[in-house]
Write a protein that binds this ligand. Structure first.
Ligand SMILES: *Cc1c(COP(=O)(O)O)cnc(C)c1O
Length: 461
């Protein structure tokens, strides 16, 4: 399988190359040159498959030339063997049409584990004995802990994770700072999340530093993360009737990674009626898909911080198809967007996207109502991100056919305050992570200074 850049001028890479590169050198994102097909017979054969067996079937054509069958099977077993549920991503029925797909049974209780547990294993596998990699990231919550869990203790990899001091929740901070591995370095920065992100960017923009320490990122632009996320659409879709029946999916969306994985499943032949892009009031995607207006606004902080975004980096992957896979045309459009903060979709592009995508914006009251409904009508506690998805799924049920599956992206105990406000119940952490508050924390404090951060990394990498 070959991987091409959405902006058309970066080198074509194999799976290993695309995984290690992350971003393409022309500023674009990597995509497979073609979509492998899941025939109806193949989908039927997955009816009684385990999650690992479905993962192997879905991923195999994408990793050809970079992994043997045995290597892929072993990476899948390592990534999903430790999940807290035997089904890995269980389906839960809410009413006659509404379902939840629980993606939060990984080590940090958020769906990012599904992708990052696999990516961590891939990095470990693809690095040679003498190679080393320094992962530097900034986090406002979920990504940091999932990335740390994915690489803790792996030889050749060192991770430095920056978080804004005093501005992440206790659970989120402890999930990062109580991981006791010598290659994990947490840094509390005196500043905001934006300050953390700017610091990380300055390191990546310093070519000499970047090369000397083999800097790498684990953000959602990495194709291998999306690949791991296609699997649960196929696995749940078959359980709900594919290939004979199509389901619709409501996806709490920030960077457009999770819902784009659903689009990939659709392009591979999984029958899907609609993909519902559920956003909070930071609604750049809802505006783009409903009105053709992809333009950056100001971020409003909400109870769903993982969806508080200005720019959805993975949207470029959909734009690539909407521009007829013309990398040069998309590169020009993205340059315009980077300068002006605005990109207009044509009516034809909007109509093309509307064949499969619907969009819905959910405000705080709508999200809280969904949490209350799930608790009172179904005895189910859900987190606020999932609540945005479920609110959209219920509001747009008439525009969807088949069962409607809301992706449950975080465990309710990660956001106990909002859950308690909506339901009166304070969710407890599952027993397997309940020791979080007994363990010693390890992190260092730094000012928001490039020089201090570089000195810190030099002393430890
Ligand atoms: C990251 C995240 C999202 C958004 O997913 P994208 O792939 O960025 O669209 C939604 N919910 C939770 C809990 C997350 O951590």
């Amino acid at each position: 399988m070959q991987y091409i850049s959405t902006r058309g001028s970066a080198p074509v890479l194999d799976f290993r190359g695309a995984t290690l590169a992350g971003l393409a050198t022309d500023g674009g994102l990597y995509l497979p040159a073609e979509w492998p097909q899941l025939s109806p017979e193949l989908l039927e054969s997955l009816a009684t498959a385990s999650y690992a067996e479905t993962a192997f079937t879905v991923m195999k054509p994408y990793v050809q030339g970079s992994l043997t069958d045995a290597e892929l099977k072993s990476l899948i077993a390592d990534a999903y063997g430790d999940f807290g549920h035997a089904a890995v991503t269980p389906l839960v029925q809410l009413d006659h049409r509404q379902w939840l797909l629980e993606l939060f049974h990984g080590p940090t209780l958020a769906f990012k584990d599904v992708a990052l547990q696999f990516l961590g294993g891939l990095f470990g596998h693809f690095l040679g004995a003498k190679d080393r990699l320094t992962i530097v990231g900034a986090t406002s919550g979920d990504t940091g802990s999932a990335a740390i869990e994915a690489v803790a203790g792996r030889p050749g990899i060192t991770i430095f994770m920056l978080h804004p001091a005093g501005r992440v929740s206790d659970v989120q901070r402890r999930q990062m700072t109580t991981v006791n591995a010598p290659n994990v370095h947490n840094i509390a920065v005196d500043g905001s999340f934006d300050d953390c992100q700017k610091l990380v960017k300055t390191l990546f923009n310093d070519a000499a530093f970047r090369t000397e320490y083999q800097l790498s990122a684990v953000n959602s632009i990495n194709w291998a993360r999306l690949l791991a996320q296609i699997v649960y659409y196929v696995h749940a879709g078959v359980r709900l009737g594919a290939p004979g029946r199509a389901a619709s999916w409501s996806v709490p969306t920030g960077n457009f990674g999770d819902v784009f994985a659903g689009y990939c499943a659709h392009r591979m032949g999984l029958p899907i009626h609609k993909l519902l892009v559920a956003t909070n009031v930071n609604d750049i995607l809802a505006r783009a898909l409903s009105a053709g207006d992809y333009s950056v606004g100001k971020v409003t902080p909400t109870a769903t911080p993982s969806m508080d975004i200005q720019i959805s980096s993975n949207f470029e992957r959909l734009l690539f198809d909407l521009y007829g896979r013309d990398g040069a045309a998309l590169a020009a459009a993205m340059q315009g967007f980077e300068q002006t903060g605005t990109l207009k979709l044509s009516d034809a592009q909007r109509a093309e996207a509307a064949k499969i995508f619907l969009a819905s914006r959910v405000n705080e009251a709508g999200m809280m109502q969904a949490l209350a409904w799930a608790n009172s009508e179904c005895g189910q506690l859900i987190d606020p991100h999932t609540g945005v998805g479920l609110a959209a799924a219920r509001a747009r049920a008439e525009d969807c056919e088949g069962p409607i599956v809301t992706l449950a992206t975080a465990h309710p105990a990660k956001f106990p305050d909002a859950v308690e406000r909506a339901t009166g119940i304070r969710p407890g952490l599952p027993r397997r992570v309940g020791h979080l508050f007994d363990r010693e924390e390890r992190y260092e404090h730094l000012p928001a200074s490039e020089a201090a951060l570089k000195a810190h990394i030099r002393a430890r990498a």
